[in-house]
Design a protein around this ligand. Sequence first.
Ligand SMILES: Nc1ncnc2c1ncn2[C@@H]1O[C@H](COP(=O)(O)OP(=O)(O)OP(=O)(O)O)[C@@H](O)[C@H]1O
Ligand SMILES: [Mg+2]
Length: 261
Amino acid sequence: MTVFAIVNQKGGVGKTVSAVNLAHGFALRGYRTLLVDLDPQGNVADCLGLPPGNDLYRLLFPDMGIPLEQVVIPSGRPGLDVVRSDKSTVNLKISIGALADRPREYVLDDALRDAPYDVIFLDCAPSIDILHTLAVVAAHYLLVPTRLDQLAVKGVRDMLVTLQSLSRITTCELGAILPTFYDRTTNESYLQLKHLAETFRDSVWPPVPQDVVCRESTRFGKTLWEYAPATRAITGYPDKAGRMIGGYKQVVDRVEKGLLQ
Ligand SMILES: Nc1ncnc2c1ncn2[C@@H]1O[C@H](COP(=O)(O)OP(=O)(O)OP(=O)(O)O)[C@@H](O)[C@H]1O
Ligand SMILES: [Mg+2]
């Protein structure tokens, strides 16, 4: 089983869209996949067209002790189960934060141990808080979506500092930086991508293009694979030689080839 935490403390960079589409991408390839929403905004349920729910609260609330198999719900897509989040996650954070008797940082790691899945994606909130720590501790790899703007390098650096600060209690590593909202018609996108690649080298993967279909599919509660599998955000864009670059299909390929344990 391999656990990926989708993190960036900056908001609106494409964390949830990445988590939902990578999770469904893996389920479509036959992997038993779990998607866990750690964000009180509860956007995972919206993106999948599911009703809201407090599954995460029931899974992790101290002393409630409901096992994972009793809180997950089927997403309605073969091979993809979900742990939803909602406003109750705010209270959950407070309760876990107040725990003193056992190392609270391992609460999610414990809950996911021996889970019957091949791959698990953790969709994190745009904040550094206790749930963020739980996700990094439970994960094998971080995937860091980032918009291509002036603050992209800083945002990724902040994530690496957080990862470093937790190195005593987790073996989690940086898996990939996923540039999102790539607009190849603007010099800004190109220059920022170049800057990111010069700074973080091979950790920077080919970008996911900016694509209005992402917003539409979210609104209809469908993944991109269901709503528009041939759209740019999935297929990437053609380079000068006509080869397709970037997009979620390539991200799934690269994770599958390089990061599964
Ligand atoms: N590649 C893309 N092109 C265009 N729009 C996108 C793309 N990726 C995501 N979006 C849209 O941008 C908005 C923010 O995306 P998303 O919710 O995935 O970001 P997030 O990082 O999870 O945000 P938050 O930090 O609030 O959790 C959504 O409306 C989504 O549909
Ligand atoms: Mg989100």
